[in-house]
Ligand binder design. Structure first.
Ligand SMILES: O=C(O)CCC(=O)C(=O)O
Length: 300
C-alpha cells in the first residue's frame, strides 16, 4: 500500500467514506484556494444565462444547455438565492456581487485549469490513493468542480448518493472531496450515514430528459427501489474537517450538507472517478457527457 493503512482501508469498506486530514500541505491548499477565489473574482455575469444550481432531489428537474454542455468547460452556476425571483414584468436580478453569487464552478477544472490539474491528474498522492483503494482498474476523472457554499446564502445539498448522478453499469463512482477551508456544521460541512453504501441500491439515475430539455430521473431496470428514508435514519455523522482534508466518498453512501447560515465561506474542490475498465458502461443517457475532443481522462 502507498498511503492508506490497512485500518483506514477497513474503515472505508465499512463506512463508505474516509476522512484523511492533512492530505494536502497548507501551501498546496493555499494555491488551490487562491485559484478558486481568482476564478470567482474574474466571473463576468455579462451574457451569463443565469443558470443556477442545486442538487436535484427526486422530482426536481434542473439543467439547461449551459449546464448540460459543461463537461468540457469551466462554467459558473449561481446560488438560487443570489437571484431575485423572475416576474412577468422583470427578469431575475443578482442580489449580491457576482463573485459572491456562485454556487459552483465546473465541470472540467481537472483538464482545463493548470492548478486543479496539478492536484488531480498530475498528483501522485491522488494516484496512490486510487491504487490503494483498489476498486477501479482504470479510474477516469470527471465532474471536477469548486463548490463555494457562500456565506448566508449557500444552499443545502440534500441526502443523495453519487452513483445516482454519475451512473455506470455496474455502479462505480468514487468522490474525492478536498476541504480548502475549515468545514464545520455551521458553514455546511458534509454528513454521512456510515455503512449505507452496503444497503442503498442504485435504482434510479439522473439523465438528460429524453424530450431534449433539462434533466430527469429514470429507473434502473431490474433494480428494486429502496424503501428506506435515509435522511430520517439514526446514525448520521457530521464530517467537520480542517483545510487540506481529503474525504473519499463511495458512490453508494448517503451524504448531504446543510445550508451555510454563517458568515464564513466554505470553499471545497471535488472531482469523481468512475471505472473505465472491466467492461463498465457509462452511456449517452447521462447528463454529463465527455466529448470527442475531451474524453474523461484516465488517472493512470
Ligand atoms: O460539498 C458539498 O456540500 C456536497 C458535495 C457532494 O455531495 C458530493 O460531492 O457528492
Amino acid at each position: 500500500m502507498n498511503i492508506l493503512t490497512s485500518s483506514q482501508l477497513e474503515q472505508w469498506k465499512s463506512d463508505g467514506y474516509l476522512i484523511l486530514p492533512s492530505f494536502f500541505e497548507s501551501e498546496e491548499v493555499k494555491e488551490m484556494l487562491d485559484e478558486a477565489k481568482r476564478l470567482c473574482n474574474e466571473f463576468d455575469i455579462t451574457g451569463h444565462p443565469m443558470t443556477t444550481f442545486k442538487t436535484a432531489a427526486d422530482g426536481e428537474h434542473v439543467g439547461d444547455e449551459y449546464f448540460l454542455n459543461s463537461g468540457d468547460k469551466i462554467r459558473y452556476f449561481l446560488e438560487p438565492s443570489s437571484l431575485s425571483p423572475a416576474t412577468p414584468e422583470k427578469p431575475s436580478e443578482l442580489l449580491v456581487e457576482p463573485s459572491k453569487s456562485i454556487n459552483k464552478i465546473g465541470h472540467s477544472l481537472a483538464n482545463l485549469n493548470p492548478i486543479f490539474k496539478k492536484y488531480t491528474l498530475e498528483n501522485s498522492k491522488i494516484v496512490d490513493i486510487a491504487k490503494d483503494l483498489n476498486e477501479q482498474e482504470d479510474p477516469k476523472v470527471l465532474q471536477s468542480m469548486i463548490i463555494c457554499k457562500q456565506p448566508k446564502i449557500g444552499g443545502i445539498v440534500p441526502c443523495h448518493n453519487d452513483s445516482t448522478f454519475l451512473y455506470t453499469n455496474p455502479p462505480s463512482a468514487i468522490g474525492c472531496w478536498i476541504a480548502l477551508e475549515e468545514c464545520t456544521p455551521s458553514n455546511g460541512c458534509l454528513s454521512f450515514l456510515p455503512g449505507s453504501h452496503k444497503k442503498a441500491r442504485i435504482s434510479s439515475r439522473f439523465v438528460k430528459d429524453p424530450s431534449g430539455k433539462g434533466t430527469t430521473f429514470i429507473d434502473v431496470p431490474e433494480i428494486k427501489k429502496n424503501e428506506e428514508n435515509w435522511d430520517e435514519m439514526d446514525g448520521w455523522k457530521e464530517a467537520s474537517c480542517p483545510p487540506g482534508t481529503l474525504v473519499l466518498i463511495h458512490g453508494s453512501v448517503m451524504h448531504k450538507s446543510p445550508p451555510n447560515h454563517s458568515d464564513k465561506t466554505r470553499f471545497i474542490y471535488t472531482f469523481h472517478m468512475i471505472e473505465g475498465g472491466k467492461g463498465t458502461i457509462y452511456d449517452e443517457k447521462n447528463w454529463l457527457q465527455p466529448t470527442k475532443e475531451m474524453p474523461f481522462p484516465s488517472l493512470f
